[in-house]
Design a protein around this ligand. Structure first.
Ligand SMILES: Nc1ncnc2c1ncn2[C@@H]1O[C@H](COP(=O)(O)OP(=O)(O)OP(=O)(O)O)[C@@H](O)[C@H]1O
Length: 254
């Protein structure tokens, strides 16, 4: 099954007192059930714009986007917001958790907003807390837990409604190397055990090496992609080589 399909998607912005800039130029992309794909590329290449368009946060000018069987262009603003809550899981660099709620309440938020039955919420929360191994912090306030734990709570919230795909924008951008490894291990676990599709944007070659595919976006165009073969060390070498050849601006990318 295809969880995400983009066909010839274009996006421009009109910046104040400046000419219109075309940020995405005919993007085609397919994410199938169980895929874990990283998008890399220099700053300003359009990575966040692409995620914002897929999640319906931003609109696109031309092309087609399907999430499972739903055509995003058929939905109005309210329907897109509902669709996002029900069918997409979102993970952000700065966690976007609600400080006044506990870890468990944050995870349950999409179900609470949907007014799902209390016993159904409890059952789902128990399942998710166990998968992410955060039962012991479920009643803590967000301020009391570490960055890595916050991101696991955010992944739990993204997972709670069994999403078609998880979209993650720099999910390890605010984490140290130990927490980066931990969070990427949990993304891998849910990808492999629950076959949840994951599309993430990252500047971090190490984080990208957990994916089965890395695509390079530059100037709004996909320039190259590589599939994971062999060990993660070999994949890191291949990604680094691709960035060096295509990017020509490796310092900017890494
Ligand atoms: N709302 C907006 N209005 C006008 N221009 C925008 C808007 N959002 C993004 N842009 C422009 O679109 C281009 C791509 O931005 P985007 O944030 O998608 O890049 P990125 O690859 O995610 O960059 P980074 O790695 O620095 O986060 C940039 O030139 C940016 O200035």
């Amino acid at each position: 099954m295809n969880n995400l399909e983009m066909k010839d998607v274009w996006k421009s912005y009109k910046q104040r007192n400046k000419e219109e800039v075309t940020v995405l130029k005919g993007i085609n992309m397919l994410v199938k059930q169980g895929d874990m794909v990283a998008i890399m590329g220099p700053s300003g290449s359009g990575k966040t714009t692409l995620l914002n368009i897929v999640s319906g946060i931003d609109c696109y000018d031309k092309g087609e986007i399907y999430i499972e069987d739903s055509d995003l262009s058929d939905l109005n603003k309210e329907e897109v917001a509902l669709f996002r809550r029900r069918r997409l899981g979102m993970v952000f660099q700065d966690f976007n958790l609600i400080e006044s709620l506990s870890a468990k309440e944050n995870i349950l938020l999409p179900m609470i907003l949907e007014k799902r039955f209390a016993d159904e919420q409890e059952e789902q929360a128990e399942r998710i807390l166990k998968i992410l191994n955060i039962q012991d912090i479920q009643n803590k306030n967000i301020a009391e837990i570490s960055g890595g734990q916050k991101q696991r709570v955010a992944i739990g919230r993204a997972l709670i409604n069994n999403p078609a795909i998880i979209l993650a924008d720099e999910p390890t951008g605010n984490l140290d190397s130990r927490s980066t490894k931990e969070v990427m291990d949990y993304f891998t676990l849910i990808n492999q055990e629950l076959t949840t599709s994951i599309l993430l944007v990252t500047h971090d070659t190490f984080a990208a090496s957990y994916c089965n595919k890395v695509v390079l976006l530059k100037d709004g165009v996909f320039k190259n992609e590589i599939d994971k073969k062999g060990s993660r060390k070999q994949f890191i070498d291949s990604i680094t080589e691709m960035l060096a050849i295509i990017g020509g601006e490796q310092d900017d990318i890494l």
